[in-house]
Unconditional design. Structure first.
Lengths: 362, 287, 343
C-alpha cells in the first residue's frame, strides 16, 4: 500500500501525535508546581562567599562552603558515620541500602551506591556528597564533579584509617569537637583491646564472605585489618581483595575458627547449626569443635559500628582475656544493647562455644 | 577454421556511400582464452582463436554442445575475462579495457532469473537499468523514466509497470528482465542459454521478440544456445564451437552440414533445407 | 511511475525530524528532577546564546550536564545501530541480520572486560578498549569472510557467527573473575546501558567527535545507496549493470562495522534496534536505500530516545538498562513483523 494515501495518513497521525505530546508536556501538574517554586527560590540565591578547599583521600580537590548544611551520603558506612557524629540533621539524602541506624531508612533515597540517580542528587542541592572507594564507582564521582557538586571520597584501608577518615570528614562538616570525641573513644577502646590481647597468639580463622562460591578476604582488606585487631588472622594469604577458594584449600589448611557474617539479623540462627548440616563442612576441625563465630555484619563496613564487631569477635575468640570484664558499652548511636554471653571458664568446650550473636538483635 | 569477416547491412547496401565509417557493433578477432600456465602444465585453452562479427539488426547464435567454450566466449564478450590473445571490440573499443560503467552502457547481459530479496515494482526494476548512465548516487531524470518506459513498451510489458515483481508470471518476468537490459540502451545484447527453462511456446516467443527487437529497434543480439533449429530459424549468423575451437562461422545453411553436426553433437542427425532457405535438423531414427 | 526524488526524501525526513524533535523535548522534560518545559526552553535558549549566568545552577546541571548529553548519545546510538542494520541486511542479503551478527559487539564486550580487569576505575578505558576490541574483530572477520578476493555473504556470515561464538566463550570465562561490583556493571553493559556518565571532561567536544565519526561512516554507506538497491536484485546482475560490487561491499562492511563499534563502545550491546528499525522503515517507506537510510537514522534515534527515557524514569531512582527496554518492546514488534511477512 504505497503512495500518496499512505504518506498522507502517516503525516496526519504524526501531526496529531506531536500536537498531543507537546500539549501534554506544557500543562503543569500540582506536584510539579511546588517543586518548581523550591527550585526557583533555592537556586537563584548567590552562592555563599566563604568556602574551604581540602584534598580528599583519593587526591581530589574538594571545595565546600564553610558551613556545610546539606550532605548526601552514597554508602551505608558513611551514613552510619554521619549519625555517629550526630550530624543526621544535615543528611538530606542517602542510598536505598542505608539501614544503620534504622532512622536512616526514612531519609530521601538517591538509589543504590553503585548507580545512584544523578538527577535526584542534584535535586537535593547538596553542599557535599560523601563517597567511598569501597563501594562507589569512580564514574559517579567524576560525573558529580563535572556537574560542579563537591564530592569527598574516603578510602579506608584499615581500621585506624577509618578513624582518621572519620575525623577528617567531621572536620569538613563542621563537627570538629564531636569528631574528636567519637574518634577518641573508639581509639581508646581499640587500645584497650590491644592491651588485653597482648602476648596472645593470633587465632587462625577463615572469614567467609560468601558460601557458594566460597569467597574470603584478602590480606590487604580492611576486614583483614579488623580481624587483626580482634586477635585473629586469616588463614588465606592473598593479594586479591575477594579471593575465591576451593573447598579443598580449607580442608588442607584447617582453620581454628570459622567466622561468618550474616546479611540480615534473621539468619543469626544459622551459623554453627547451618555448617553442621553441610557436607564437607561438618567434618572440619573447627566445626567439630564448635568454633564457629557469627560476627555482626558491621564488620563489612568501615564505620564506627565496626569497633563493636571487633570487640565482640575478640571476646568470642579469646574469651580468657575477658574473664574479668563487665558488659561493654555500645559505640552505636542508637544504643543497642550488647549482650554477649558471659565467657565460659574452659576454653574449648563444645556446648559453651556455640556463641550466637544475640547482640545483633535489633 | 575461422570464418569470413561479416559486413554490416548498411555498408553492404551502399558500398559507395560516403558515410563516416561507423565501427561494427561487435568485432571478435582471433579471440582466445586459456587458464594460466602452471609450472607443470602448458596453458589449457578453453577457447582458441575465434573470429566473427555482429552488427545492428543482427542476431548471432553461438552454438555448440556442453564444454565447447560457449561460456568462455560469453564471458569474453561480457568483458568478465580478458582474452589471452586477439581482440573483442564493441563499437570499436576493446571490451576488456572499458571501465565498469562504460561496459554496462554498451553491453547488457540478460539474466534468466531474478531472485529479489525485497518487494519491488516493475518500473523500479526496469529503471535500475539506467544506472550505468549517471553518477553512482543518482536520482533518475525524466529522460530515464522515458527510456525505461520505452524499454517496457519494446517488450510489450508497458501495462505491467505498476505491478509487483513477485506477482508476475514466469513469462512476464522474463520480459521485464529483458526490458531492464534494454533500458541500458546497449549496443550489444547478450543472452546465455535463455531458452533453458522455457517450454517450446516460450522459446519461440522469446526468439520472436528478439528478432523483432533486432529488426525494428536495431539491437545487436548474441545468443548462446544449443537449440539447433531455433538458432537456424531466427539468427543471421551462427558461430559453431566444439572443444574450444571455432569450427565455422556463417549462415545456418552454410554451417549446418550433416557430417559436421554429427561429429560436433555426437548424435545421428539429418539436415534438410526448408522452403525459406533455412535448414532444419532432424533426429534420425535411433538404431 | 514516480521515481524517488530528493524532494520526497527531504519531505519525509523533515516529518521524521519533527517527530524526533518532539521526542527530544519530551525527553528533556522527564527525569527525577522536576523542570518545566518553559524552563527547559529558557535554559536552552540562554545556553545557545551564551548567557550562562541567566540559567539557575541546577537547571544548568540537569539540562546541560545530565540530560542533553545523554539525549545526544541516545540519538547517536540509535542512528548508528539503525544504519548499521540496514547495511548488514543488504550486505548479508538477509533481512534477519542485525549489527551484532558479525561478532563486532562480542569483540567490544571482550575489550570492555579486559579493561575492567586490567585497568579498573580508569575513566574512558572501557570505551576505548571496547572500540579497539570491535576494530580487531572487524579485521579478523573481514579476512575470514573473503572468498575469491572479495567479501562473500555466506562466508562472511559464517565467519561472524564463529567469531561471536568464540569471543562469547572467552567473555564468559573472564566474567567469572570479576568482582561482584564489576560483574553487575558488565552485565548492564552487555544488556545495553546509557546510564554511565560521560568519561571525559569536555563532554560536548567528545560528542562532537563521535558525531563526526558517525557522519563519515554513515555518509560513506549512503553514497552506496543506489548500488545497494541494485545489489539486492542480484550480485551478478548488479555487476553487469556497472556496479563495483567488490568496493561497495567493502565500504558497507567497514562503515556498518564502525558504526556498530561506535554504538557498542558507548552504550554496550543494545539489542533489537539494528534489526527492527530498518524493517519498520522499509514497511513505511519502501526498500529504496536512498530514502531508507536517512529514515532509519531518524527512526533509530527516536527509538532509543524513547527507550532510554523510559529506562531512566520508570523506576526512579534506580536505572533500568536501556537494552531491557528495547528487548521488552522489540520482541512483540518482531513477532508482529514476522506475522505480517507470512501474510
Amino acid at each position: 500500500m504505497r503512495g500518496d494515501k499512505k504518506f498522507r495518513r502517516i503525516a496526519a497521525w504524526s501531526i496529531t501525535a506531536s500536537v498531543m505530546l507537546l500539549a501534554a508536556s506544557v500543562i503543569p501538574t500540582p506536584a510539579r508546581a511546588t517543586a518548581e517554586k523550591t527550585a526557583q527560590t533555592g537556586a537563584v540565591e548567590p552562592k555563599p562567599a566563604a568556602t574551604r578547599t581540602v584534598i580528599d583521600e583519593v587526591g581530589r580537590k574538594v571545595t565546600v562552603p564553610a558551613e556545610v548544611q546539606r550532605v548526601v551520603s552514597l554508602a551505608p558506612n558513611l551514613t552510619e558515620m554521619v549519625y555517629a557524629l550526630g550530624l543526621q540533621d544535615k543528611l538530606v539524602g542517602d542510598t536505598d541500602y542505608c539501614d544503620t541506624p534504622p532512622a536512616a531508612k526514612s531519609k530521601p533515597h538517591v538509589g543504590g551506591p553503585m548507580s545512584p540517580s544523578l538527577e535526584t542528587i542534584v535535586g537535593l542541592r547538596p553542599d557535599l556528597v560523601l563517597a567511598t572507594t569501597s563501594i562507589n564507582h569512580v564514574e559517579t564521582v567524576d560525573a558529580l564533579q563535572h556537574l560542579g557538586i563537591p564530592v569527598y571520597t574516603s578510602d579506608p584501608q584499615s581500621v585506624e584509617g577509618m578513624l582518621a577518615s572519620t575525623r577528617r570528614m567531621a572536620d569538613l562538616m563542621g563537627a570538629n569537637e564531636k569528631g574528636e570525641e567519637v574518634v577518641g573513644q573508639l581509639q581508646s577502646r581499640l587500645d584497650a583491646l590491644k592491651a588485653k590481647l597482648a602476648g596472645r597468639p593470633m587465632a587462625h580463622v577463615l572469614f567467609v564472605v560468601w558460601m557458594d562460591p566460597l569467597i574470603t578476604i584478602g590480606q590487604n582488606t580492611f576486614i583483614a585489618d579488623a580481624l587483626k585487631w580482634a586477635g585473629a588472622e586469616s588463614v588465606v594469604m592473598s593479594d586479591q581483595k575477594w579471593p575465591h577458594l576451593s573447598f579443598e584449600e580449607i580442608v588442607r589448611v584447617q582453620p581454628e575458627y570459622i567466622v561468618l557474617t550474616p546479611d540480615h539479623a534473621e539468619s543469626n540462627a544459622t551459623g554453627l547449626a547451618d555448617l553442621r548440616s553441610r557436607n564437607g563442612w561438618r567434618e572440619l576441625d573447627a566445626v567439630v569443635a564448635g568454633h564457629v563465630i557469627v560476627m555482626d555484619s558491621a564488620v563489612n563496613r568501615p564505620s564506627p559500628g565496626m569497633i563493636d564487631a571487633i570487640e565482640q569477635a575478640a571476646r568470642m575468640l579469646h574469651p580468657d582475656a575477658f574473664t574479668n570484664d563487665a558488659e561493654p558499652k555500645s559505640a552505636s548511636p542508637d544504643g543497642k544493647p550488647q549482650s554477649a554471653t558471659p565467657p565460659a571458664p574452659h576454653v574449648k568446650q563444645r556446648n559453651h562455644e556455640e556463641t550466637e550473636c544475640t547482640a545483633c538483635a535489633r | 577454421m575461422s570464418g569470413t569477416v561479416g559486413i554490416g547491412p548498411a555498408l553492404a547496401a551502399n558500398p559507395g556511400a560516403q558515410e563516416a565509417p561507423r565501427p561494427l557493433r561487435l568485432n571478435a578477432e582471433q579471440a582466445s582464452y586459456a587458464y594460466a600456465a602452471t609450472d607443470k602444465s602448458a596453458p589449457k585453452f578453453t577457447l582458441s582463436s575465434t573470429t566473427f562479427t555482429a552488427d545492428q539488426r543482427e542476431i548471432v547464435a553461438i552454438l555448440g554442445p556442453n564444454a565447447s567454450g560457449k561460456s568462455t566466449l560469453m564471458k569474453l564478450l561480457a568483458g568478465l575475462i580478458k582474452p589471452l590473445s586477439g581482440r573483442i571490440e564493441v563499437d570499436g573499443t576493446e571490451v576488456s579495457e572499458m571501465d565498469l560503467k562504460t561496459r554496462a552502457q554498451r553491453i547488457a547481459l540478460v539474466q534468466q532469473e531474478s531472485e529479489l530479496l525485497f518487494p519491488l515494482r516493475v518500473w523500479e526494476y526496469v529503471l535500475q537499468g539506467r544506472y550505468p548512465h549517471g553518477r553512482s548516487l543518482r536520482f533518475e531524470s525524466e529522460e530515464d523514466c522515458l527510456l525505461a518506459g520505452n524499454a517496457l513498451a519494446q517488450v510489450g510489458a508497458h501495462a505491467l509497470r505498476d505491478r509487483w515483481m513477485e506477482q508476475l508470471s514466469g513469462g512476464e518476468k522474463q520480459r521485464v528482465i529483458l526490458a531492464r537490459a534494454l533500458a541500458q540502451q546497449p549496443s550489444l545484447l547478450l543472452l546465455d542459454e535463455p531458452t533453458q527453462h522455457l517450454d517450446i511456446g516460450g522459446k519461440v516467443e522469446l526468439l520472436r521478440r528478439l528478432r523483432k527487437l533486432a529488426d525494428e529497434n536495431r539491437y545487436t543480439v548474441v545468443v548462446v544456445t544449443h537449440e539447433l533449429n531455433l538458432a537456424a530459424e531466427f539468427s543471421d549468423r551462427i558461430v559453431l564451437l566444439h572443444n574450444g575451437k571455432c569450427l565455422r562461422v556463417g549462415t545456418a545453411a552454410e554451417v549446418y552440414q550433416r557430417d559436421l553436426l554429427e561429429e560436433v553433437f555426437q548424435a545421428p542427425l539429418d539436415v534438410e533445407i526448408r522452403r525459406n532457405g533455412r535448414p532444419r535438423v532432424l533426429l534420425r531414427g535411433v538404431e | 511511475m514516480r521515481p524517488l526524488t530528493p524532494k520526497r526524501i527531504l519531505w519525509t525526513c523533515g516529518w521524521l525530524a519533527a517527530l524526533l524533535f518532539v521526542t527530544v523535548v519530551l525527553a528533556l522534560r522527564m527525569g527525577a528532577y522536576s523542570i518545566s518545559v518553559p524552563d527547559i526552553v529558557k535554559a536552552l535558549f540562554n545556553g545557545v546564546i551564551g548567557h550562562w549566568q541567566e540559567i539557575p545552577a541546577e537547571h544548568q546541571m540537569v539540562v546541560f550536564g545530565l540530560r542533553l548529553p545523554r539525549i545526544a548519545l541516545e540519538i547517536l546510538v540509535g542512528a548508528s545501530l539503525s544504519v548499521a542494520g540496514v547495511g548488514f541486511q543488504a550486505l548479508l542479503r538477509n533481512p534477519l541480520a542485525d549489527p551484532y551478527v558479525l561478532g563486532v559487539s562480542s569483540g567490544a564486550a571482550l575489550g570492555a572486560i579486559v579493561s575492567l580487569i586490567a585497568v579498573p576505575h580508569t575513566p574512558g578505558a572501557i570505551q576505548v578498549a571496547a572500540f579497539l576490541g570491535a576494530a580487531i574483530t572487524i579485521g579478523i572477520v573481514y579476512f575470514l569472510g573473503r572468498r575469491g578476493g572479495q567479501l562473500d555473504s555466506a562466508t562472511l556470515l559464517l565467519a561472524g557467527i564463529i567469531s561471536a561464538s568464540l569471543l562469547s566463550s572467552i567473555i564468559m570465562f573472564l566474567m567469572t573473575t570479576l568482582t561482584t561490583r564489576d560483574f553487575r556493571g558488565m552485565a548492564f553493559w552487555l544488556m545495553g546501558d546509557l546510564s554511565s556518565p560521560p568519561p571525559v571532561t569536555n563532554v560536548f567536544g567528545w560528542l562532537g567527535f563521535l558525531f563526526t565519526v558517525f557522519l563519515i561512516a554513515a555518509g560513506a554507506i549512503y553514497t552506496t545507496s543506489s548500488d545497494l538497491n541494485l545489489i539486492l536484485t542480484g550480485e551478478e546482475e548488479a555487476r553487469h549493470l556497472g556496479v563495483n560490487v567488490r568496493r561497495v561491499k567493502l565500504v558497507v562492511y567497514v562503515g556498518a562495522s564502525i558504526l556498530t563499534g561506535l554504538a557498542v563502545s558507548v552504550s554496550g550491546a543494545i539489542g533489537y534496534v539494528g534489526l527492527l528499525v530498518p524493517h519498520v522503515m522499509r514497511m513505511l517507506f519502501g526498500t529504496d536505500h536512498r530514502l531508507l537510510i536517512p529514515a532509519s537514522v531518524i527512526g533509530g534515534a527516536i527509538a532509543i530516545v524513547v527507550a532510554d527515557t523510559l529506562a531512566r524514569t520508570v523506576a526512579v531512582p534506580t536505572e533500568v538498562p536501556v537494552g531491557a527496554m528495547t528487548a521488552l518492546a522489540g520482541a512483540p514488534v518482531f513477532i508482529y513483523l514476522m506475522r505480517r511477512r507470512v501474510r
